[in-house]
Design a protein around this ligand. Structure first.
Ligand code: GAP
Length: 469
């Protein structure tokens, strides 16, 4: 599909998400809180499906990856050791006139099309001044010099803020895997190479508004820290590159809108010797944006934690009879960006006719059945007791035999009910009609091409299982 005919826009995705209970603005009845979002009934299902599938794929199906579920609050020294206190900064400029605040790097990229990753605040200030950039909000040339702003949220432990100890909300889930690496090693019966995986919340005090759920203050990550021998980083890197591509295919994201971009040397995070970003081409002005990352973190984190904690974090390699600090390759996946990309990639519109033969637009989400909120809907053709009896029996059987969410809907005309299921990405509808009472069959209606076929009610559970796995 070319950009011209791709019907998705961020506005349409946000509107559909609100209309159908996928994503709501956070604190909506209070006018919202910028960059916070809540997942509604269907969004919560999509999110759960994605996290479960990821865990199944990368933990359950890999014998050398184990799970962890760590706390959000960690000892403040963790963030000194990891480099986040020192380095986890965004360059900001303020407007002296209207007091609006912007990221200097984004401003330069957007206004001048210039990449400034790795440049210092002083260098960015010089670019802004030379180009005479004005405040995007009020239009005055009254932007301050750029200065670094640490993105970690702070809070205090203890009843009184002044006397309590200051802690951070974790800005990445990764650090717990390094901090607990020794305990996992002692208890997990693991040998190099092995991975520790975690899914959980992370918090960043992001200043730039976020393109719907793309950039949030509070979001979820799915991360793996993969521990290898000191010379094993580049082989593991290539293996994970393939595994990440495989994941995107598994959730049904089309290859043509995905690219892998290598970080320039001056763009690398403080811990990384090599990073690639998986980027997705979002519609409209957003364009190519980071979806996931893959980094070779070398032995940076274990070395730092060893030094700051005083604990020996070396690994004893029995085969080689020597001790060393493992190196770490880190594939990282944002949960919320996965949901956003799944929605954008699945969104489609088709010109068709409505039940009265009038021109109409069919909106549909071509979501992979693996992540669709409902795997199927059972629809009695009309709200009549004899049809409802058969339909309810089928619904109950599906609920019992299939560990997934099934919809039951008996109100409104059948065409409208199909359209509703199309919009929320339900891949299959099973319609019970009067013929069903005689032939013990139902009509299966396929979401993607509206094809209809007849199958025996007795075969429905097995038929569905085959298609949603
Ligand atoms: N542990 C490495 C790490 O945290 P990152 O590139 O800063 O690397 C990893 O973040 C992933 O988390 C990103 O690729 C993205 O999917 C997601 N992410 C980062 N910041 C986010 C934000 N403010 N809102 C939503 N997702 C975010």
């Amino acid at each position: 599909m070319t950009e011209q005919v791709r019907p998705a826009t961020m506005e349409k995705i946000a509107a559909l998400s609100k209309r159908r209970g996928i994503v709501f603005p956070g604190s909506d009845i209070y006018g919202g809180l910028a960059n916070t979002w809540d997942y509604g009934p269907l969004g919560a299902e999509i999110k759960r499906n994605i996290k479960n599938l990821w865990w199944e794929t990368f933990v359950h199906r890999r014998r050398n990856v184990v799970g962890l579920d760590a706390g959000i609050l960690m000892h403040p020294r963790v963030w000194e050791a990891s480099g986040h206190v020192q380095n986890f900064n965004d360059p900001l400029v303020d407007c002296r006139t209207c007091k609006a605040r912007f990221r200097a790097d984004h401003l330069i990229e957007e206004r001048l099309g210039q990449q400034v990753e790795g440049k210092s605040p002083a260098e960015m200030s010089a670019i802004i001044q030379q180009a005479g950039l004005k405040c995007p909000n009020c239009g005055n040339a009254t932007l301050t010099e750029a200065r670094q702003f640490n993105m970690m949220f702070r809070t205090t432990i203890g009843p009184v803020a002044e006397t309590g100890s200051e802690v951070f909300l974790r800005p990445e889930t990764a650090q717990a895997m390094f901090v607990q690496y020794k305990n996992v090693l002692a208890t997990g019966r693991v040998k190099l190479p092995f991975g520790i995986a975690q899914i959980g919340k992370a918090f960043r005090n992001e200043i730039t508004p976020g393109n719907f759920i793309f950039r949030q203050l509070e979001f979820e990550q799915m991360e793996i820290e993969y521990f290898v021998k000191p010379d094993g980083g580049s082989v593991a890197f290539d293996e994970w590159l393939d595994a990440m591509r495989g994941w995107l295919r598994l959730i049904g994201v089309r290859d043509e809108f995905v690219r892998v971009r290598e970080h320039e040397r001056d763009e690398l995070s403080h811990y990384s010797s090599r990073t690639v970003d998986f980027e997705y081409r979002f519609p409209g002005p957003m364009g190519w944006r980071e979806l996931y990352g893959l980094a070779n973190r070398t032995d940076f984190d274990l070395r730092q934690h060893q030094e700051f904690s005083g604990e020996d974090l070396t690994y004893f390699d029995q085969a080689e009879n020597r001790r060393y600090l493992p190196h770490v390759v880190e594939p990282t996946f944002g949960v919320d960006r996965t949901i956003l990309v799944a929605l954008v990639d699945a969104y489609d519109e088709e010109e068709t006719t409505d039940v009265n033969g009038k021109p109409d637009t069919r909106i549909l989400l071509r979501l992979s059945p693996r992540i669709a909120p409902y795997k199927a809907a059972v629809l009695p053709l009309m709200k009549k007791p004899e049809l409802a009896g058969v339909a309810r029996a089928l619904f109950d059987r599906l609920q019992e035999e299939i560990n997934a969410l099934i919809e039951y809907d008996e109100t409104g005309n059948i065409g409208k009910r199909y359209r509703r299921q199309d919009e929320i990405g339900t891949p299959f509808c099973f319609t019970v009609d009067y013929e069903s009472l005689d032939d013990q069959s139902v009509t299966v209606r396929h979401r993607d091409d509206m094809r209809q076929e007849r199958i025996a009610i007795a075969d429905v559970p097995a038929w569905l299982v085959e298609r949603i796995k």
